[in-house]
Design a protein. Structure first.
Length: 466
């Protein structure tokens, strides 16, 4: 027998959660206050580009187990568990804005009844579960309803955009934090079909812990991922200095089971709506308590430097950069999504525009450019690269990797190729006649007899290694 669930906030996380929870047998009401998003959801169209989501929402609505509304009162009346999936975007000082959480607290308090369990899925500063319970209690007191118990469970979400449905249904682990063991078990029961795992693969680990510890696991996971990429990028600088190849080094390093190969790609760094925001929040709250988290600050600094490396490198190779035509291939922060929030490619493009370059960008999923970006958006790769003095690959869309080197070079007006995602074979690209730059790959395929170690970064001159 499925549980009755309200999902408050149906953006990336909420629409996926609502669709997935309905698909495993629960009765779900999604609450969304944005009228345009709600209209899409009601016609079973995913509000964001996410593989399988539209089909999942349609199946949920068809089965009668998924309904969508803008009326929280009706949803809370119906539900026993309330999943909070509202946004916590970064504020002006980098810390998360908690306005949507505060609104949700008031809404919940207005309709809370005994038996409700509130589940926080949004990524929130450590201590938010306790704060939320306090906000709801205060609001209940104002309404002379002090007797209603407030039960909060933290259930951080680890899904990745681009594979969100798959990640929700087949997670590496589920984390549940709460101070009421009975409530934690109720939420665990909601997840049971997911916790059972795929046939033959064993159960999905369930971590039961306290409220704040669960909140910290989300920040710690993202901080580690950002640091891991930052480590590969730091090594890319050393590899360029010593004439060694970062891709080979990181592949070999990643074969160590204590390390693992994922998130060790050097390039122009991480972006997206979560890593930067969550790292800034964690760094900010550590400082509030008087601690400078040096490793995390370094991860942010290295990431920033990777973006600037593209600009510095092009400025050196094209000197001057002003009025040169640069094609930026990829604006989404990663392949498989149309999300440009904190996108490295878009950031690099804007930096080039500021220095007077004429930037023409192309992305298979990003079909509209904000005029404030100051760039031209091409309809396909061919028109983006035509006449370009330099091409920058900023997102690892598979179609960029399969570009024909000869054709690309002939259509350009120059020969500089900055491969920010390591999608090309450096040997082949250098042999084809490009001045090819990729972080940490300066030494690969260079002419024999080139200068030895310490020859300088960015592939201008380096040791040879085949
Ligand atoms: P989002 O902005 O896409 O979605 C939030 C939605 O909540 C919006 O549609 C908004 O209209 C709605 N909303 C806000 N307040 C509401 C209210 N009171 N009633 C009804 N609807 C309301 O954000 P998102 O990307 O889904 O992220 C949500 C949370 O999950 C954030 O805390 C984020 O950090 C976290 N998270 C995001 C991801 C990701 O990949 N996007 C992954 C893990 C965790």
């Amino acid at each position: 027998m499925g549980e009755r669930i309200a999902v408050i906030g149906c953006g990336y996380v909420g629409s996926v959660a609502a669709g997935c929870l309905a698909s495993i047998g629960h009765e779900v009401v999604g609450v969304e206050r944005d009228a345009a998003r709600l209209a899409l959801l009601r016609s079973s169209v995913a509000p964001v580009h996410e593989p399988g989501l539209t089909e999942l929402l349609a199946a949920g609505v068809e089965s009668g187990r998924l309904r969508l509304t803008d009326d929280p009162a009706a949803a809370l009346e119906f539900a026993d568990a309330v999943f909070l999936c509202v946004g916590t975007p970064p504020g002006p000082d980098g810390r998360p804005e908690m306005g949507a959480m505060s609104d949700a607290a008031r809404t919940i308090a207005a309709h809370l009844r005994p038996g409700h369990v509130v589940v926080t899925k949004s990524t929130v500063p450590i201590g938010t579960g306790e704060w939320l319970a306090g906000e709801v209690r205060a609001e209940l007191a104002r309404r002379s309803r002090d007797g209603v118990p407030v039960v909060v469970v933290s259930n951080p979400e680890f899904l990745r955009e681009g594979s969100a449905v798959e990640d929700f249904l087949h997670p590496d682990r589920v984390v549940l934090g709460g101070n009421d063991p009975g409530a934690v078990e109720r939420v665990a029961a909601i997840y049971e079909p997911i916790l059972a795992g795929r046939p033959g693969e064993g159960r999905v680990p369930l971590v039961r812990t306290g409220l704040s510890t669960a909140e910290m696991t989300k920040y710690a996971s993202n901080a580690f991922l950002a640091t891991k990429i930052g480590f590969a990028n730091e090594m890319s600088r050393l590899c360029d200095l010593f004439g060694t190849d970062v891709a080979t080094v990181m592949d070999a390093v990643g074969l160590d089971r204590r390390i693992g190969g994922a998130f060790l790609e050097a390039g122009i760094g991480w972006g997206g709506s979560c890593l930067g925001k969550d790292l800034a929040a964690l760094v900010g709250s550590a400082r509030d308590r008087g601690y400078e988290p040096r490793l995390l600050e370094a991860a942010v600094g290295v990431n920033e430097a990777q973006r600037q490396q593209v600009v510095d490198s092009l400025a050196g190779l094209l000197a001057p950069l002003a009025h040169r035509r640069v094609a930026v291939l990829g604006l989404a922060f990663k392949p498989g999504t149309d999300d440009v929030r904190d996108s490295p490619g878009l950031d690099v493009a804007k930096r080039l525009v500021l220095l007077g370059a004429r930037v023409v960008a192309f992305d298979p999923m990003v079909r509209e450019a904000d005029p404030r970006w100051g760039l031209e958006l091409a309809g396909d790769v061919t028109s983006a690269v035509r006449g370009a003095h330099a091409v920058v690959v900023a997102t690892a869309w598979p179609e960029f990797a399969s570009l024909d080197a000869g054709e690309l070079l002939r259509s350009m007006g120059g020969d500089v190729l900055f491969d920010g995602r390591n999608v090309f074979d450096p040997v082949a690209m250098r042999a084809a006649g490009f001045r090819y730059v990729s972080p940490g790959r300066a030494a690969v395929g260079d002419a024999p007899g080139a200068p030895g170690p310490f020859a300088g970064a960015f592939g201008l001159a380096a040791a040879h290694e085949h």
